[in-house]
Ligand binder design. Structure first.
Ligand code: 5GP
Length: 199
């Protein structure tokens, strides 16, 4: 059961390209009480990304300063770029009763698990239905940049090793089915119940 009046932390991790960004957006758009945590990163924005909406894009010096000031709940290096979640906005929203969605990798999930024990936490690992489908999705997203696709596919092999550290594993075959499954998990967990895969 969640602490009275407090929101839950919902971590969605997955190999890059499995669809979790779309899923977090759907969850927040369809549930007024869900807020997406916007990370800080040193990565270069993609052509369709907006500063302050998709990420806060900052340089390495600024990122190091935030680490020094202990401003992050968690931070990690992914694909040679730095990513981190700021403490202040997250704790503020949790105390207001909002549920926070984190689109972060397994390193971040691990750190949050250790640090945020006062808040209810659910961790979900999203998987693509196949490596072939993942490659196709990356191909569409990354402007057919073969080098990036190659890097992300090789990272995939490392990422999936961490599935067993999560509370739930969800396969994103059909987006809507996957979304409904996550909704069910969150609804049950908010009542202190577990989702049963056999149902
Ligand atoms: P992308 O560059 O494709 O947006 O994200 C690359 C990876 O970094 C994804 O697996 C994403 O979940 C992860 N990521 C994004 N923001 C954060 C963050 O704040 N912390 C951590 N640990 N990982 C993040």
């Amino acid at each position: 059961m969640t602490n009275f009046g407090q929101g839950m932390m919902i971590v969605l991790s997955s190999p890059s390209g499995a669809g979790k960004t779309t899923l977090t957006r759907m969850l927040s758009e369809k549930n007024g009480n869900f807020v997406i945590s916007i990370s800080h990163t040193t990565r270069t924005p993609r052509h369709n990304e907006v500063n302050g909406k998709d990420y806060f894009f900052i340089n390495k010096d600024k990122f190091q300063e935030l680490i020094k000031n202990n401003s992050f709940i968690e931070h990690a290096t992914v694909f040679n770029n730095l990513y981190g979640t700021m403490k202040e906005p997250v704790f503020k929203d949790l105390l207001k009763g909002k549920n926070i969605l984190f689109d972060i990798d397994w390193q971040g999930a691990e750190q949050i698990k250790k640090k945020c024990i006062d808040f209810k936490l659910i961790t979900l690992f999203i998987l693509p239905p196949s490596t072939k489908e993942l490659k196709k999705r990356l191909y569409n997203r990354e402007n057919q940049d073969e080098l990036i696709i190659k890097k992300r596919m090789s990272q995939f092999k490392n990422d999936i090793l961490h599935w067993k550290d999560y509370d739930y594993v969800v396969i994103n075959n059909e987006l809507l089915d996957c979304y409904n499954q996550i909704q069910k998990i969150v609804a049950l967990e908010s009542k202190g119940l577990k989702y049963n895969y056999d149902e």
